[in-house]
Ligand binder design. Structure first.
Ligand code: ATP
Ligand code: MG
Ligand code: MG
Length: 406
């Protein structure tokens, strides 16, 4: 570092120039799961210091963060204490103590995205009300408090009816489908009853599910990743194909809806917008995540700037990077937990070993201390010169005969 540049960076006699990386701002992440882990990987490349807060001592991010602090991101006092050590606070999970974040903001702590954004997102019903006020197309929805209001919603929207819990939902845990009026009570019971806070959505006969990741810098600059298709199995993201095989007009519509949705929320970072493409070519918003997302894992290998790097650039106030794809096609395959214990690990191990000899394949293993059925344990991204070739490589990986038979 030249004397000149360090002189230029002097402010009030204090040398503010980073000598160890692109930003000297310490980033605090609430949550230490796989998204936190991959944020740490991107941070390490750029020399950005990341602290993580998670109740699990050996959570996926713990071994890769600059310092891992054991504490609950749902516990206000733990969050307040953690924030003292960070230049900016961000999240890799939206189910955090948002009142603590609000309090920190009032004390001048920088939270990106804003506490108000996390408050909207973490209650799916409030999220839906918010987006409908902003004119964003959504499936019809309605709050339910008892059997009478659930039956009323069923009469209005018809069956099947999607029942969702307002809070603490992920990987489809928190969703239940009632196929008839008679099934309402049992579906509600599965979700823990009306007291949990429920709402319903009209069933959407989608032809595809799409997702768009939008990055927004602290200066308000916006940068949109290519539209991808997400393929779910049992409500959990199973495969992501990038770019999505849909007409240009649909891509444009998906990006418009995504940008409009993100523009209605405050703060910097990447946001993932989950969308439904309907039979008649309409794009409806399903939900937004205020953080990096499963639909953007592929960006690590397939884009000039990964969603993780983009998130760090955004929250630290660095310029956003190029989100475009540097490979023509990519597929991401989630490794979901099988049986508990050793047999499950053995199956996953065989898959990851096979991936090592597939051209264009990269293995990501999250190092979760325990395997549970349907838990996201890792993922494999395959890149290549065309979607057909990438799909064939996935078939090879999964030892499947028929191409494209997910
Ligand atoms: P995530 O892990 O993405 O946070 P989640 O638990 O928040 O998942 P949702 O995104 O609400 O759950 O729903 C999971 C999946 O269920 C969707 O991706 C879609 O496949 C299906 N789904 C959700 N809402 C509807 C709907 N209104 N009609 C039809 N299918 C739906
Ligand atoms: Mg969700
Ligand atoms: Mg979802």
């Amino acid at each position: 570092i030249s004397a000149k540049s360090s002189q230029q960076s002097s402010k009030d006699g204090e040398d503010r120039l980073s000598v160890h990386g692109v930003s000297e701002m310490v980033v605090g992440i609430l949550g230490g799961g796989q998204l936190g882990r991959m944020l740490c990987q991107a941070a390490s490349q750029m020399g950005i210091k990341v602290l993580t807060l998670d109740p699990l001592e050996n959570c996926p991010a713990s071994s890769l963060s600059h310092q891992h602090i054991v504490g609950n991101f749902n516990d206000g006092s733990a969050v307040l204490e953690f924030a003292k050590r960070c230049g900016v606070l961000t999240v890799e999970i939206e189910h955090v103590d948002v009142d603590a974040l609000k309090k920190l903001e009032q004390q001048g702590v920088d939270c990106e995205p804003k506490a108000s954004t996390i408050r909207i997102i973490q209650d799916k019903y409030i999220q839906k009300v918010h987006f409908s006020h902003h004119g964003i197309p959504l499936p019809d929805f309605m709050q339910i408090d008892n059997l009478k209001s659930a039956e009323g919603a069923g009469d209005l929207f018809g069956y099947p009816l999607m029942i969702k819990s307002r809070k603490l939902a992920y990987d489809g845990r928190g969703n239940a489908v009632a196929h008839s009026k008679e099934e309402l009570s049992s579906s509600v019971k599965v979700l823990g009853g009306y007291d949990r806070g429920l709402y319903v959505e009209r069933w959407t006969e989608f032809v595809k599910e799409l997702a768009v990741i939008v990055g927004r810098g602290r200066d308000g600059s916006i940068s949109c990743y290519p539209v991808v298709e997400t393929i779910h199995r049992d409500n959990i993201c199973h495969i992501v194909e990038a770019p999505a095989d849909v007409p240009e007009s649909v891509k444009k519509c998906a990006m418009d809806v995504a940008q409009k949705a993100v523009s209605s929320l405050g703060g910097a970072g990447v946001f993932a917008v989950e969308l439904f493409l309907t039979k008649d070519g309409k794009v409806l918003l399903n939900e937004v995540a205020p953080r990096p997302h499963n639909s953007g894992h592929h960006t690590i290998e397939s884009c000039y700037t990964s969603q993780y790097e983009q998130h760090l650039r955004a929250v630290t106030g660095l310029p956003l990077g190029d989100p475009s794809m540097k490979t023509p096609a990519a597929i991401m395959y989630n490794i979901l937990g099988e049986d508990e214990g050793e047999p499950g690990f053995y199956i996953a191990h065989q898959l990851t070993r096979r991936a090592l000899s597939i051209p264009g394949a990269s293995v990501h293993w999250y190092d979760k201390p325990e395997m549970r059925k349907q838990r996201k344990m890792g993922h494999i991204t395959i890149v290549g010169p065309s979607m057909n070739i990438v799909k064939r490589r996935l078939d090879l990986l999964l030892e499947r005969e028929n191409i494209g038979n997910h």
